[in-house]
Design a protein around this ligand. Structure first.
Ligand code: ATP
Length: 802
C-alpha cells in the first residue's frame, strides 16, 4: 500500500479518535454526575416523602409522592446506565476503533460509501453519519460474506444490492495502524494467518475481525428452531457460537437479555475458558452450566449421582470387570430413543396400574397408607394425564391432613407435649401465638364474648384468664407445627415413590415387556436389571440412568419448564444422548436451540450423530425446522498437524487445513517409562525455550494422568499442573490432563503421553486419540515405550518425523 494511502488512513483514524476522545470528555462528568445524583436520590428517598396514612386522602397523597419519587430515581438510573454503557464502549473502541472497511456502491446511487467496521458503532455529532459500524449491523455482513465485486446484504426492509469496490483490513494498536491489507478473494487470509499463529491462552479470544463466511451464517441465523453445526476439530464452532450470542443480544437488544440465553458446556474448566469472550465484545455473559449441574440440582438431594467423567473412566479402565459388557449395553440402551418410548409406555401403564406411593407416616404410624393413596389415585378419571391425577391427589392429601390434624388435637401425645413445655418455651409459644394474626383474632373474639357474658370489664388481655382456651390454642399450635413437615412433603410430592417406580422397571424381561411394550431388549437385560437395582438400593444412580430417572419423575409429576430462556446452546453436542435432547426440548419450550459438535470427537457412550440420514437429532422439532451447517476448515492446528490428525479418523478426508505451516508431528519411541518421562521433560524445556507457554501432556484417563503426574514430579517436573474434574480454571503453563477434560480447549503444544496399542487400539479409543491430538495448535508430540497404536501405525510415514 502506498505511503499516501497509508497516511490518509492514519489521518482518518486520528480524526475518529479525536472525536471519540471529545465524546468521552463530554460524557465523563455526566457519567459520574448522574451516578452521584442517583445515589444521593436513593439516600434521600425517604426524606423527600412524608409518610402520612391517617386519612384516605393522606394515604393517597403519600402513595403518589412515593411513586413520583421512584419515577425520578429510575429515570436517573436509566440515564446513568445508558451513559455508562456509552462511555465504556467508547473507551473500548478508542485504542483500536475498527478492524475493517468496505467501500460499497449501492445500485442506483452514484457514489460509494465507506463503511468502517468495529466492535461497536460510533456516530458523528450530527447523529447521522456512522464513523464506525457495529460488526453486527446488517451492512457489516458485506465484510464477512463478500469479496470485491457484486455484493449484497439483507436488511429488515429487503435486500440491498450493489458493488463492493474495496475491502480492507486493519491492525490498529493504541491508535496507530500497524498493518493494513486489501483483501481480494477470501477475507483476511493475511490477518487470519497472523491471528492463528499467536500463542494459546487460558482464555478464548473473540474472532470478530476474521469471522469466515460459513461462520457468519451460523452467527446470523435468525430463523432456525434448531441450528445444528457439525464442524471438524478446530473449525471455530465454539468461537462462532459465542459470536452468535453477541449478535443475538445486539439484534434483539430490546427483548433479549443475556440471562435468557443458556450455554451447556462440556465441563467446568470450559466455562471459565470461554467466559471472557462476550465481555471483550462489550456484552454480558450468558448463563453457563453443565448438564450434570442441572441433574445434581434436581436429583442430588436424594441420590448420589455418577458424573459423565466417572462413567467414561469406567468405560476406559474396567474392561476386565465381569459386569463390563452388560454395563456398556445398558449405557447404550438407556441413551436411546427406544428407551425414551419405553418410559412413555411405562407411564401409560402406570395410568392403569402399578403406581407406587409412600404412606404418610407420623410418630411411627401410618396416617394415610400407601394403599389408601393408591386407591384414591385410581379412583380419578382414567382419561386424565398422570400429572393431573397427581395434582388432584395432592389436593386430596392436604385436605385429609387438615381433617386428621383436627382429630389429632385430642390425642394423648399432644397433652404430653403440652406438659413438657417449660416456662420459657411456653412464653415463646404464647408470643408466637399472638404473632399469629388468625389465632390472635380468635383469642380476641373469645375474650370479647366472654366479657359480654360475664358482664365483667376486661382490664387487659394479660389479666384475662385464658387457661382453657389457651390450652386449646396451644394444642392446635403443637399439632400444626408437627404436621408442617408432612404438608411440606406432600407439596413436594414426596408421597410418590419415584425411586421404587424406577426400580420396578428393572424387574426382569417379562415384566419390562409388559410395562413398556418394548420389543427390542438388550441381550444382557437381566444383568442390566441387576446392576441398576443394586445401584439404586445404595441410593446411587449411574450417569446413564440420571436423565431417564428425571424424565420418568416428570412424566408422573408434571413437566418442569423454563419459559424465560429463549436460546439454548449445546456445545460438544455429540456427547449428549437423544434422550437428553428430548429432555432439553421439553425443559425450554420457548427456546431456539443451537447445537455445535463433531461426531469425530464423540468419546462418550451416549453420543448422538449430528448429521446424515441416520441422525435422529434433525427430527427433534420436525425436520423442516432444523438447519444443518457444516464446517470443514480447521483453523486451530498447522497444516501438518491437521494432515496427521485427520487420517486418524476413518472419514477424516473432509477436513481442510488452513494454510499455516509448522513442523510435522514428532513420534518418539523410548525404551522405558522413565526414559520417556525424562524425554518429555526435556522436550517441554525446549518448547518453552521456543516461546510456547501453554503445553499439555494429554492422557487417556484420569488414572493415567495421576500416574504420569507422579512419575514426572519425581523427575523434577515440579511446575506441572494436574487437571482433574474438580478443576474449574487453569493457568497457562504445563499441565497434565485426561483427554475428556481437554475437550473444547487448545494448547500451543500437545504431548501424547502414551500412544501405545495398550492405550489406543479399540475403536472407541480412536476418537479419544483424535480428540487429544487435535488440541494442538503449533506442535504435536507422541510417545511410546513399545509399539505404536494401530491408528498411528496406519498413517503414511511422510506425515510425521521420528
Ligand atoms: N474466523 C476465525 N478467525 C480467527 N481465529 C479463528 C476463527 N475461527 C476459529 N478460529 C480459531 O481456531 C481455534 C479453534 O476454534 P474453536 O475452539 O472455536 O473450534 P471448535 O470447532 O469449537 O473446536 P473443537 O471442536 O476442537 O473444540 C481457536 O483458537 C479460534 O480462535
Amino acid at each position: 500500500m502506498d505511503a499516501e494511502e497509508w497516511q490518509a488512513e492514519q489521518n482518518r483514524l486520528d480524526l475518529v479518535r479525536e472525536k471519540m476522545q471529545a465524546r468521552i470528555d463530554e460524557i465523563e462528568p455526566e457519567v459520574s454526575g448522574t451516578r452521584e445524583q442517583a445515589a444521593e436520590l436513593r439516600r434521600r428517598f425517604w426524606e423527600e416523602v412524608t409518610v402520612n396514612t391517617s386519612s384516605d386522602e393522606d394515604f393517597e397523597e403519600t402513595f403518589y409522592t412515593i411513586k413520583q419519587q421512584a419515577a425520578v430515581l429510575s429515570e436517573r438510573e436509566r440515564r446513568h446506565r445508558l451513559l455508562a454503557q456509552q462511555w465504556k464502549s467508547l473507551n473500548r473502541l478508542l485504542p483500536s476503533p475498527y478492524f475493517g472497511r468496505v467501500d460499497f456502491l449501492e445500485d442506483g446511487l452514484n457514489s460509494s460509501e465507506q463503511i468502517y467496521i468495529g466492535v461497536s458503532s460510533f456516530i458523528d455529532e450530527d447523529g447521522l453519519s456512522f464513523l464506525v459500524y457495529d460488526w453486527r449491523t446488517p451492512i457489516a455482513s458485506l465484510y464477512y460474506d463478500h469479496s470485491p465485486g457484486t455484493a449484497s446484504y439483507d436488511t429488515p426492509g429487503g435486500r440491498i444490492t450493489g458493488t463492493m469496490k474495496l475491502k480492507r483490513q486493519y491492525q490498529i494498536q493504541n491508535g496507530q495502524i500497524r498493518n493494513m491489507f486489501d483483501a481480494s478473494v477470501t477475507i483476511g487470509d493475511e490477518l487470519l494467518q497472523q491471528m492463528l499463529s499467536k500463542s494459546a491462552d487460558s482464555q478464548m479470544k473473540s474472532i470478530v475481525a476474521t469471522i469466515q463466511k460459513e461462520q457468519n451464517t451460523i452467527i446470523r441465523d435468525d430463523h432456525s428452531r434448531l441450528l445444528i453445526v457439525q464442524g471438524a476439530a478446530g473449525s471455530g464452532k465454539t468461537s462462532a457460537a459465542l459470536q452468535r450470542v453477541a449478535y443475538l443480544l445486539y439484534k434483539n437488544r430490546d427483548t433479549l437479555k443475556a440471562d435468557q440465553i443458556v450455554l451447556f458446556s462440556p465441563n467446568p474448566i470450559f466455562n471459565s475458558y470461554v467466559s471472557s469472550v462476550l465481555p471483550e465484545l462489550g456484552e454480558e455473559n450468558m448463563q453457563q452450566t453443565t448438564f450434570q449441574e442441572y441433574l445434581e440440582y434436581w436429583l442430588g438431594s436424594s441420590l448420589s449421582l455418577e458424573d459423565p467423567f466417572d462413567q467414561i473412566e469406567y468405560v476406559l479402565t474396567a474392561q476386565a470387570a465381569q459386569e463390563y459388557e452388560a454395563r456398556l449395553q445398558g449405557m447404550k440402551y438407556k441413551a436411546s430413543e427406544a428407551f425414551l418410548m419405553a418410559l412413555q409406555s411405562y407411564a401409560q401403564w402406570l395410568g392403569r396400574e402399578g403406581m407406587l406411593f409412600k404412606s404418610l407416616r407420623f410418630r411411627d404410624r401410618d396416617l394415610i397408607t400407601a394403599e389408601r393413596i393408591s386407591s384414591q389415585f385410581y379412583s380419578y378419571d382414567s382419561s386424565l394425564r398422570l400429572a393431573n391425577r397427581v395434582e388432584l391427589l395432592q389436593k386430596w392429601l392436604l385436605k385429609e391432613l387438615s381433617r386428621i390434624e383436627r382429630q389429632e388435637r385430642e390425642a394423648a401425645w399432644v397433652e404430653e407435649e403440652l406438659d413438657y413445655l417449660d416456662n420459657e418455651q411456653y412464653a415463646e409459644v404464647f408470643a408466637e401465638l399472638h404473632k399469629d394474626r388468625e389465632v390472635f383474632d380468635i383469642a380476641e373474639r373469645y375474650a370479647e364474648v366472654y366479657e359480654k357474658i360475664s358482664h365483667k370489664r376486661r382490664e387487659d388481655e394479660g389479666d384475662f384468664d385464658f387457661a382453657e382456651r389457651e390450652k386449646e390454642l396451644l394444642s392446635q399450635w403443637i399439632v400444626k407445627e408437627s404436621f408442617k413437615p408432612l404438608r411440606r412433603s406432600v407439596r413436594k410430592l414426596s408421597f410418590i415413590d419415584i425411586h421404587s417406580l424406577y426400580v420396578q422397571l428393572f424387574d426382569g424381561e417379562a415384566g419390562y415387556r409388559e410395562k413398556t411394550k418394548e420389543a427390542e431388549i438388550p441381550e444382557l437385560w437381566s444383568e442390566i436389571c441387576q446392576q441398576t437395582r443394586e445401584k439404586l438400593e445404595r441410593f446411587e444412580l449411574f450417569y446413564e440412568d440420571a436423565t431417564p430417572y428425571l424424565y420418568l419423575k416428570e412424566l408422573i409429576e408434571g413437566v418442569r419448564t423454563n419459559t424465560e430462556i429463549r436460546h439454548v446452546f449445546v456445545d460438544e453436542g455429540q456427547d449428549y444422548s437423544l434422550f437428553q435432547y428430548e429432555y432439553l426440548k421439553k425443559l425450554f419450550p420457548r427456546a431456539r436451540m443451537t447445537v455445535l459438535g463433531d461426531f469425530g470427537q464423540a468419546i462418550f457412550t451416549q453420543s448422538t450423530k449430528l448429521e446424515g440420514d441416520d441422525s435422529l437429532l434433525h427430527r427433534l422439532y420436525g425436520e423442516d425446522k432444523a438447519t444443518l451447517i457444516r464446517l470443514v476448515r480447521s483453523y486451530r492446528s498447522t497444516r501438518e498437524i491437521v494432515e496427521f490428525t485427520k487420517l486418524l479418523l476413518a472419514d477424516g478426508a473432509e477436513i481442510i487445513p488452513f494454510e499455516r505451516s509448522g513442523p510435522k508431528p514428532l513420534l518418539a519411541r523410548l525404551e522405558s517409562g522413565e526414559k520417556r518421562d525424562i524425554q518429555i521433560l526435556r522436550d517441554i524445556a525446549a518448547l518453552q525455550a521456543e516461546g510456547f507457554d501453554s503445553i499439555a501432556i494429554i492422557t487417556k484417563t484420569a488414572a493415567e494422568a495421576h500416574e504420569a503426574y507422579r512419575s514426572l514430579l519425581v523427575l523434577g517436573g515440579e511446575v506441572l499442573q494436574l487437571i482433574t474434574k474438580e478443576t474449574i480454571t487453569f493457568q497457562k503453563g504445563v499441565m497434565i490432563v485426561p483427554v475428556y477434560l481437554a475437550k473444547g480447549i487448545e494448547f500451543d503444544a500437545v504431548l501424547i503421553y502414551d500412544a501405545s496399542p495398550q492405550t489406543y487400539s479399540r475403536e472407541n479409543e480412536r476418537k479419544l486419540l483424535y480428540t487429544a491430538c487435535t488440541r494442538a495448535m503449533h506442535r504435536l508430540h507422541l510417545y511410546t515405550t513399545g509399539e505404536w497404536s494401530p491408528f498411528v501405525q496406519a498413517l503414511p510415514v511422510e506425515l510425521y518425523d521420528q
